[in-house]
Design a protein around this ligand. Sequence first.
Ligand code: ZN
Length: 148
Amino acid sequence: MDDLNDLYQDIILSHNKRPKNEGILEPCDCQAEGYNPLCGDRITVYVRQNESLLEKVQFLGEGCAISRASASMMTSQVVGLDQEAAEAKIAEVVALLLQEEEPEVDLAVHGDLAALLGVRKFPARIKCATLAWHALGAALRGEGKHEA
Ligand code: ZN
């Protein structure tokens, strides 16, 4: 984290300290646990759906600041989307984190996600950043569990 620029680091740390949508969601329509053995991060994602819309998305997780910040951002960004749009968002974020070509990151365009994309500089931590997104995808597909 030391080389992550200060602004990005502040965003990550503040999400970690005061995550959005943290806690078990009951009742929920689907949930999935993501586990990242490289770092020990464990994140469970809960989704309540209204028709096809993601009405509420929460998470409960223990792990590093990046994994928790990522979950906090994820839950805020996908709520209100329909399942197809949520899957597209997952694919977009995972691609931005994994694609070889350096994405153009703009705080004005990507919001807090820009900070998450800063993790690209630390390949060992990318799975921390994708974990909650993969867990959401697994929940939506009814797969329950996901290993990073
Ligand atoms: Zn981690």
